[in-house]
Design a binder for this molecule. Sequence first.
Ligand code: CA
Length: 229
Amino acid sequence: MSKILIVEDEEAIADLEKDYLELSGFKVEVANDGQSGISKALKGNYDLFILDLMLPGVDGFDICRQIREEKNTPIIMVSAKKDDIDKIRGLGLGADDYMTKPFSPSELVARVKAHLARYDRLTGSAAQKNKVIEIRGLKIDTTARRVWINEEEKTFTTKEFDLLTFLASHPNHVYTKEELFREIWDMESIGDIATVTVHIKKIREKVEMDTSNPQYIETIWGVGYRFKV
Ligand code: CA
């Protein structure tokens, strides 16, 4: 959840902005004066700043300048005066957007979303991360198709990997050999379910400390297998 800091001395405006942003699913904090605004902004871990320009103590210009010395976090500056907006733009303080009061809260929310999305694209935090399953000492990188047991990488055949990943992705779910065969080998063939048993045995040899007392893939007698969590 993205976290936003609003620095605004008019409490009614700050509350309105906060309410709308929270309704849109953001986590919001408010500072009502420049000094607490700047200390929160520099210490906290925010995803976006909304800075009012005219504030008691440190004004929005200074806060913007000080944030930019340390962070690239998106900044939206707001002011009651159109002239001030032109002035800020002219100063090149590094704010990402400017809004003149009064503005509609939904316009603010739309701009916040646009800047967060843009920043995500720039910093790559929206980039696809590998999907990793970690259960006790077993780690499966399902994207890179690699498996480690207690930090040691093990080699799996394609079907062994698919079977292990399928079971680990559905922990505590009991599957029959027929179901597993259909799922992994993708064909209806009752005669070859022994293949499943053979593959389970090979997987256990790689992941289990003691194959006679399996900690990961459990045999449910007369039914099939389940991945224990
Ligand atoms: Ca103000």
